[in-house]
Design a protein around this ligand. Structure first.
Ligand SMILES: [Zn+2]
Length: 92
């Protein structure tokens, strides 16, 4: 499983904290919740009852043996970026 987006929304202030890379420790506006780890790990700080997890995870199935497989994998990643953009647009 890969972490596509590491984020959580605070139930108190309704602001979303997004960690974009390792050691990118981000808190919400009121400071009740924090996220960290980017695409490497999911770290949370705060009370779990204050979290609404908005992270996205993906599972890649397949093996890269040829250049053609690599091209397909890249296309898949581009498609995934579009999914993330659509997802983020709905959150606003
Ligand atoms: Zn908050």
């Amino acid at each position: 499983m890969i972490i596509v987006r590491n984020s959580a929304k605070c139930k108190k202030c309704r602001q979303e904290a997004v960690s974009k890379h390792v050691h990118d420790f981000k808190s919400c506006l009121c400071g009740a919740i924090s996220v960290d780890g980017g695409r490497e790990y999911l770290r949370r700080a705060g009370n779990f009852e204050d979290f609404e997890d908005t992270s996205l995870h993906a599972v890649i199935i397949g093996t890269i043996r040829h250049d053609e497989d690599y091209k397909k994998a890249l296309e898949g990643m581009k498609a995934l970026d579009e999914v993330i953009k659509e997802y983020e647009a709905k959150l606003v």
